[in-house]
Structure formats: structure tokens, C-alpha cells
Design a protein around this ligand. Structure first.
Ligand code: 5RP
Length: 220
């Protein structure tokens, strides 16, 4: 099976996690696009969605799925999103699609985070994928220096990219994140950091992993 076929497989499988009658949280990325397309088949059985990006909102609306502002909902039962890396504890690196800040906000509204990913995303230690960090533009160079001094990571600005929130993305290479919770807590303190792409406090509850043998469910 190709990677795209595995993404379609887990996008479809995630429908079983959606709570009928409720608002569902929707992430961002190519795997989530498969989920959104599948969700269209049950759009009359959900109240609507809360979206984590302009791109996902546009796709949801194109399918006729109602999109709520995050401020309109107090809790949602389930948030479905992809990941750039996920480890065996459900800790993730996210933000390859530059939507990490809104993704963490919607994840925070949710009782359960359902991660959908193809098998290439499963890792022992987070950090081989360059870590996305959303920064206030004027802090970009200082945050990059702090990564170098603290963790030996090399931060590069993602060229030409401005997030949905008007900020920049630093992609930090050369990390091996042994303690995701401690790392997230530390980097969150740095002035100018809006969101770090380590999802430890908001880790996955389950992962639907697309493998050539089918969908494997990892529970954390
Ligand atoms: C977007 C994300 C995505 O979930 C992550 O980049 C995975 O994307 P894809 O499903 O396209 O591989 O965090 O900000």
C-alpha cells in the first residue's frame, strides 16, 4: 500500500471515533484531509466541527459541514489530527503544516485526542523530524540562539511562511527529545515562543496507525 492509501485508510477508520450528535475537533494536514472527506458521509449525524486551520475550515465548508468558532464550544468529546512523529507514549511532534497553535487550542478543548498516522510516523524518540516552533516574528533569532545554547538544535525560519496567526515558524533540527513533558514546559517559557510543536501535555489518547497489514490501534 502507498503512503496515501494508508492515510485514506486511517482517515476512514477515524469515523468510528466520532461521537454522533456532537461537535468534532478537526486537525490539519494531508491525513486529516482524508478524514474530512470521509466525515462528509456522516455530516448529517454530527453537530459540526471545530477546525484548527483556514485550510481545514475551507475543506469542511466545501463538504457542507458546519464549522463552529472555538469560542462557541465549551468541550468536545474527540479531536482528530495527524502527527509528524508519534512515540510509544502518545507524545507527538506536530506543526509540519504550520497549524500547531490552533491544533493545540482545539486539542485542549477535547476529552480525547485521536491521532491518525501512517506507520512511518511511529518513532522511539521524538526529534528526527525538524521541530516546528511558532514564534513572534521579532523573537525568531533569539529563540533560535536559545535552542542552540540549550539543546544544540539548529533553528531555521520556514521561508515565506506566515501562520494563520501572523507569526513565523522555526524548524529546529538535530534534537533528540528524551523528556517531552519537560522539554515542552521549558520551551513554553521562552519569550516570543507562541507554541512549541511537542504535544506532551496534549498527547494522543489513541493512535490509529496505518500499516500494510491494516489499521493498528495504539492506546496510551
Ligand atoms: C499540521 C500538522 C499535521 O498533523 C502533521 O504535519 C502531519 O501532516 P500529514 O498528515 O500531512 O503528514 O501537525 O500542522
Amino acid at each position: 500500500m502507498t503512503q496515501d492509501e494508508l492515510k485514506a485508510l486511517v482517515g476512514q477508520a477515524a469515523l468510528a471515533e466520532v461521537v454522533p450528535g456532537a461537535v468534532v475537533g478537526v486537525g490539519t494536514g494531508s491525513t486529516v484531509n482524508c478524514f474530512i472527506d470521509a466525515l462528509a458521509s456522516m455530516k448529517d449525524r454530527i453537530a459540526g466541527a471545530v477546525s484548527s486551520s483556514v485550510k481545514s475550515t475551507e475543506r469542511l465548508l466545501a463538504h457542507g459541514i458546519r464549522v463552529f468558532d472555538a469560542n462557541e464550544v465549551e468541550r468536545i468529546p474527540v479531536y482528530v489530527d495527524g502527527a509528524d512523529e508519534i512515540d510509544h507514549h502518545g507524545f507527538m511532534i506536530k506543526g509540519g503544516g504550520a497549524a500547531l497553535t490552533r491544533e493545540k487550542i482545539v486539542a485542549d478543548l477535547a476529552d480525547r485526542f485521536v491521532c491518525i498516522a501512517d506507520a512511518s510516523k511511529l518513532v522511539d524518540t521524538l526529534g528526527a523530524f525538524p521541530l516546528p516552533v511558532e514564534v513572534i516574528p521579532m523573537a525568531a533569532a533569539q529563540v533560535a540562539r536559545r535552542f542552540r545554547a540549550t539543546y544544540g538544535g539548529e533553528g531555521r525560519l520556514r521561508e515565506g511562511l506566515v501562520t494563520d496567526n501572523g507569526n513565523y515558524i522555526l524548524d529546529v533540527q538535530g534534537l533528540a527529545i528524551a523528556d517531552p513533558l519537560g522539554f515542552e514546559t521549558e520551551v513554553n517559557q521562552w519569550p516570543g515562543v507562541v507554541t512549541v510543536g511537542v504535544f506532551a501535555r496534549h498527547r494522543a489518547s489513541i493512535c490509529l496507525l496505518g500499516t500494510p497489514a491494516g489499521v493498528e490501534t495504539l492506546r496510551f
